[in-house]
Design a protein around this ligand. Sequence first.
Ligand SMILES: *Cc1c(COP(=O)(O)O)cnc(C)c1O
Length: 406
Amino acid sequence: MSFNVSDIRKQFPILDTQIAGKTLVYFDNAATTQKPRVVLDALEDYYASSNANIHRGIHYLAEKATAAFEATRKSVQKFLNASSHEEIIFTYGTTDSINLVARTYGEAFLKAGDEILISNLEHHSNIVPWQMLCEKNGCVLKVIPIDDHGDLILEEFDKLLTEKTKFVSVVHVSNALGTINPVEYIIKKAHEVGAKVLIDGAQASSHIPVDVQALDADFYALSAHKLFGPTGTGILYGKKDLLLSMPPYRGGGEMIKEVTFEKTTYADLPYKFEAGTPNIADVIAFKSGLEFFDSLDKEALHAYEEELLQYATAQLKAVEGIRIIGEAKRKVSVVSFVMDGVHPQDIGILLDQQGIAVRTGHHCTQPLMQRFNIPGTVRASFAPYNTKEEIDALIAGLQKVRRFLL
Ligand SMILES: *Cc1c(COP(=O)(O)O)cnc(C)c1O
């Protein structure tokens, strides 16, 4: 276990990128994290020495690829502290995981008039699948409001939660504001009225420890690419009894036991939900991403990210005209802000010219931006390889923006 930023930086080749004579400052980690060398090597190694379709083959390569694929499932099980590898479903990412639950659990078990509770902090991927379900089966979507700091108003949640509530789907950590939600409380209260709970962990998984059994979450979704792994693969955790009760999602190869034209029987968990050839290479390389993350001293990492957050927040507040959006009581290292008189996109463009990558716009959370009456924000989101010097570069960049545009 170690936590040494310059050692960590050396593991990420992309951080050496030069832009207009400057070394890249990558502050767009909430959109996707960069990949350590071990992940790049795992991808290359898979195609160079293991490439084969998995599960059905009896030849050497097929068995090697299958073993590596299933080894990632075991790593994820350990990472989330799930009680069985059967509870870990590979998907294309958080969006796909949430759609899976809405389309299977939602269509099978939610009826007209049942209420689904989400929050004002949700990413579009935890809004739209539920709206689509409501249109189809007459469920009603309700929204937990937030206060001006970006915290959920728990008294309002308590009021919205009734016997009619059958499903609660909330984000663990807001990608736009960094708010850490009290999901333990939400899950406990929801279970008291008999509702099932899905937690969108896309943003939480790289910042705070996740233990699905301690949380008692019914479903937990995450994306590998936000956790130092490749794009195009993600996880749906589901409690075994729920997954067993749910109909399959997509039909095709891999997810069947036996097919006849009269009747098809489905495969056991987790394969029932994994139709077709999966994203084998990326799943295998995801294990290396998890190993990288595992190698970091978590206590030191959390302290370091907190230090970056506090430093950035203080430095940003000292710039004239800048207002932070989202100052929740508990936050991860994500900071969103606006500058008086300047459109976020213009800030993004001018920072890019200085080699600084931030995200601007609505961050796939348009209803959240509407809540604050703004078109969008500039968001800087920090990972273990970021430094205070990079934050200084951001601040200098913003001073330049002010001089240039105001
Ligand atoms: C990124 C993100 C998603 C969507 O993840 P995909 O990988 O694009 O499917 C959902 N929720 C949150 C909080 C996110 O940060």
